[in-house]
Design a binder for this molecule. Structure first.
Ligand code: EPZ
Length: 422
C-alpha cells in the first residue's frame, strides 16, 4: 500500500494540462463493442479504472492495444465470452455499460450486479427498467443480471431520477433497436454528450444529447471509427479548487469552459479570480486567490448544476473559508465519508442527513488521514495542500483510479508531495 506525504501551506503556481475524461472513457470503451469493427480511441486517461476495463474486455476475448499515451485500438470481433463476472464488476462498477453494449450488439448479456460503494447503495434498477422497455427479457439470479432479446424495439423511456449511467446504458442498447427510442428526463453531463458523439461516429443516429430528451433511431449496421474523448471536467474542477484553496495562481490547459461554469461561479462567489481564454488552439482557465476565501453554500445537482464529484474537494476548501457554509448532497445518499477525516485536520463540520454545516476555521493542520473513495481522496489532498504542516493521505489506490499522474501534476505546480510505498 502507498500513501502521500504532503507538506502543506504552499500556494500552487504554474500550468497544468487536463487529461481525458474518466467517465467518458469508461462508457466509450464498452461502446466500441457495438461497432462490430476495430475502433481507435484517443486521449484516454491512463488510470487504474481504464486498465481494469481493458483487462475485462480482454477476458471477454476482445483484442485491445492500450498505449501509455492514451491511444487505444479495440477490436471487438474476437469477443467470445458474454458473461461479466462479479470478480470483474467488483473491480469496476462502471462495467455495467457492458450490459447495454452486449445487449445492443449480441442480444444477450450476463452481468453480475455491482455492489454498493462508500457513497451509497447505487442500484441499477433504472438501467434494467430501460432494457426491459426495449423488449429485453431481464432476470436476476444469484446476483447476476441475465438479459436476452430476439430483437430490441425502440420505446419511450422516462427516467424517474436523472441518471448518468442509465441514460448512457439505454443509449447503447437502443442504437441498433428497431425504431425510435426517446429517453425523457435524461442526464445532460458532458460525458453523456461525448458518448452520443462517439456512437454517431460509428453510424448511430442520436439527437438531443445534452438536453433532457434524447432520441435514438435504431440502425442495423455500425462501423469502426477514430475518436478522441473530451477533457475531464472533474479533474479540471479539482485543480481549480486546489489552486484556490492554497491561495495560488494556476493556469489550467485543455478544458472546455462551458463544462466548468458551476465550479467557476462558486469559486468566484468565494472571492476567487477565475478567467478563461484561448491560446488559439485550446481553451485555458486561470484561477487566482490571494485573500482568505468567503463561505458559500453548495447544492449538488445533475449537470449543469454543481457536480456531486466536486462536492468533496469543495468542502475541503470551505473548511478554512471565512464564515459558515452548508453543503447539500442531493445525488448520493452517503457522500460525506471524508468529513471525519477533515475533522481530524481541525475542520468544524456537522452532518445532518444529506446536509453538512461547515464553520470556517483559520486554517487546517496536517494529520494522518484515510481516503474512503476517489473524490474523498481528492478532498483530503486539497485539504493537506492547504493545511499547516505535514499530512499523510492513505488508501491512495482510490486516487489512482481516477486521476492521471496526479502527484506529478501537483509537484509541477510547486506542491511538496511525495508518494511513499509502505
Ligand atoms: C456516474 O455514476 C459517475 N460514474 C459518478 O462519478 C457520478 O458521481 C455520477 O454519475 C453522477 O454524476 C461514472 O460515470 C462511471 P447516476 P452513476 O446513475 O451513473 C441513483 C466518480 O467519482 N440511481 O447518475 O452511477 C444513484 O444511486 C463517480 O467519478 C438509482 O437509484 O450515477 C444516485 O443516487 C462517482 N438507480 C443517483 O441515481 C439506478 O439505476 C444518480 O446516479 C441508477 C442510479
Amino acid at each position: 500500500m502507498a500513501y502521500y506525504r504532503i507538506n502543506g501551506g504552499r500556494p500552487l503556481e504554474g500550468q497544468v494540462t487536463i487529461s481525458g475524461a474518466k467517465n467518458a472513457a469508461l462508457a466509450i470503451i464498452p461502446a466500441a463493442i457495438l461497432a462490430g469493427q476495430p475502433c481507435i480511441i484517443e486521449n484516454l486517461p491512463i488510470i487504474e479504472d481504464v486498465h481494469v476495463l481493458t483487462d475485462i474486455l480482454r477476458l471477454m476475448g476482445a483484442t485491445v492495444d492500450l498505449h501509455e499515451n492514451g491511444w487505444m485500438r479495440i477490436d471487438p470481433t474476437t469477443i467470445d465470452n458474454f458473461e461479466v463476472t462479479f470478480d470483474m464488476v467488483s473491480k469496476l462498477r462502471a462495467s455495467y455499460y457492458l450490459l447495454g453494449a452486449m445487449l445492443g450488439r449480441y442480444g444477450h448479456a450476463a452481468l453480475a450486479l455491482p455492489g454498493g460503494c462508500s457513497i451509497g447503495p447505487r442500484p441499477i434498477d433504472f438501467h434494467i427498467k430501460g432494457m426491459r422497455a426495449l423488449g429485453a427479457k431481464v432476470s436476476i439470479k444469484n446476483g447476476v443480471v441475465y438479459a436476452d432479446a430476439e430483437e430490441l424495439r425502440g420505446a419511450d423511456i422516462y427516467l424517474d431520477m436523472v441518471s448518468v449511467g442509465a441514460t448512457i446504458n439505454i443509449m447503447l442498447a437502443a442504437c441498433r433497436a428497431e425504431g425510435v427510442t426517446v429517453i425523457t428526463n435524461a442526464a445532460k453531463e458532458p460525458h453523456v454528450v461525448d458518448v452520443a458523439n462517439f456512437l454517431n461516429m460509428i453510424g448511430a443516429s442520436i439527437k438531443g444529447a445534452g438536453t433532457d430528451t434524447i432520441r435514438i433511431r435504431g440502425v442495423k449496421e455500425l462501423h469502426g471509427c477514430n475518436y478522441a474523448i473530451i477533457p475531464d471536467q472533474i479533474e479540471a474542477g479539482t485543480f481549480m479548487i486546489a489552486a484556490a484553496a492554497t491561495g495560488g495562481n494556476v493556469v489550467i490547459n485543455n478544458i472546455i469552459p462551458t463544462h466548468l461554469e458551476a465550479i467557476s461561479a462558486k469559486l468566484m462567489e468565494c472571492g476567487v479570480m477565475v478567467t478563461e481564454g484561448d491560446d488559439g488552439s485550446e481553451f485555458y482557465m486561470q484561477v487566482q486567490a490571494s485573500e482568505r476565501l468567503r463561505a458559500v453554500n453548495i447544492k449538488t445537482l445533475p449537470y449543469p448544476g454543481f457536480p456531486t464529484d466536486l462536492q468533496q474537494p469543495m468542502m475541503a476548501l470551505l473548511c478554512s473559508a471565512k464564515g459558515n457554509s452548508y453543503v447539500m448532497e442531493n445525488i448520493f445518499e452517503d457522500r460525506f465519508n471524508h468529513v471525519p477525516e477533515l475533522v481530524r485536520m481541525g475542520a468544524s463540520i456537522t452532518v445532518t442527513g444529506r446536509t453538512a454545516l461547515i464553520e470556517g476555521v483559520e486554517s487546517l493542520s496536517g494529520a494522518a488521514v484515510h481516503a474512503t473513495d476517489l473524490r474523498a481522496g481528492a478532498a483530503l489532498i486539497v485539504a493537506a495542500l492547504a493545511a499547516d504542516g505535514v499530512s499523510t493521505v492513505h488508501n491512495i489506490h482510490f486516487i489512482d483510479r481516477g486521476y492521471e499522474h496526479f502527484e506529478q501534476k501537483l509537484r509541477s505546480l510547486g506542491a511538496d508531495i511525495e508518494r511513499v510505498e509502505e
